[in-house]
Write a protein that binds this ligand. Structure first.
Ligand code: OGA
Ligand code: MN
Length: 219
């Protein structure tokens, strides 16, 4: 507990309950700029979110992901091949409500304990068809640095195997030495990282790969 939390408890009578998972995320990000949490979402929630993604994809509501704007589609395809659908929290279905309950809880905790100043968020479903990938990139746009934390939540089925490809690779800088951290997109797992710092890529997928990706943003 930090000083501010103690003061809040003392004067406002608001009990502060430490959340060990959130504390781990905060500590990991402080030390290494990223955190991987398995079972962040219970398997029933993952299953509902997967069904929601597949239903909406079936309805052909997904769009080929773009990069920046006014970019030639062929160039885009050589950079990223995923299809996405933005999620409108105000129109959430049951699965999405469960998703945002967890995310909003985390955001409240980050703002309260680390003064992160997260005021906005944006999330989209992503589907990578077989053979697609997302080349090495960083998640912030030129002249817009509001994205602070990137969050990726994997919605693949329980039988997802490393041979299915689609690894997320984080490129880390250890005192001038680059190392690659390979992360498999197992269901229920989330990866959180500093949007402005960590370059990363999604390796080609052998089997359709499902996820929700989003960003926690400052004003
Ligand atoms: C992205 C991204 C990583 C992943 O959508 O910007 O880098 O593992 N996604 O899906
Ligand atoms: Mn990215």
């Amino acid at each position: 507990m930090n000083d501010i939390q103690e003061v809040r408890e003392l004067f406002e009578g608001i009990p502060f309950v430490e959340n060990p998972v959130y504390e781990r995320i905060i500590s990991d990000i402080g030390i290494q700029n990223y955190s991987i949490i398995d079972d962040f979402f219970p398997s029933e929630t993952v299953s509902l979110l997967r069904q929601s993604l597949l239903y909406k994809h079936e309805e052909e509501r997904f769009k080929k992901a773009a990069i920046g704007n006014r970019v030639n589609e062929i160039i885009v395809k050589s950079i990223r091949g995923d299809q996405i659908l933005w999620i409108d929290e105000t129109l959430s279905n049951t699965a999405e409500r469960l998703f945002f309950e967890h995310i909003n809880d985390l955001v409240t905790y980050l703002n309260k304990t680390c003064f992160m100043g997260i005021l906005q968020k944006e999330f989209h479903y992503a589907l990578y068809p077989k053979g697609t990938f997302y080349k090495r990139h960083i998640d912030t746009f030129q002249n817009d640095d509001r994205r602070k934390l990137s969050i990726v939540c994997y919605l693949n089925t329980e039988d997802w195997k490393p041979e299915n490809g689609g690894e997320l690779v984080l490129y880390l800088n250890d005192e001038g030495q680059e190392t690659a951290r390979v992360i498999y997109p197992f269901p229920g797992r989330i990866v959180i990282f500093e949007s402005q710092i960590i370059e990363h890529e999604v390796k080609p997928v052998e089997t359709e790969r499902l996820s929700i990706t989003g960003w926690l943003k400052t004003r």
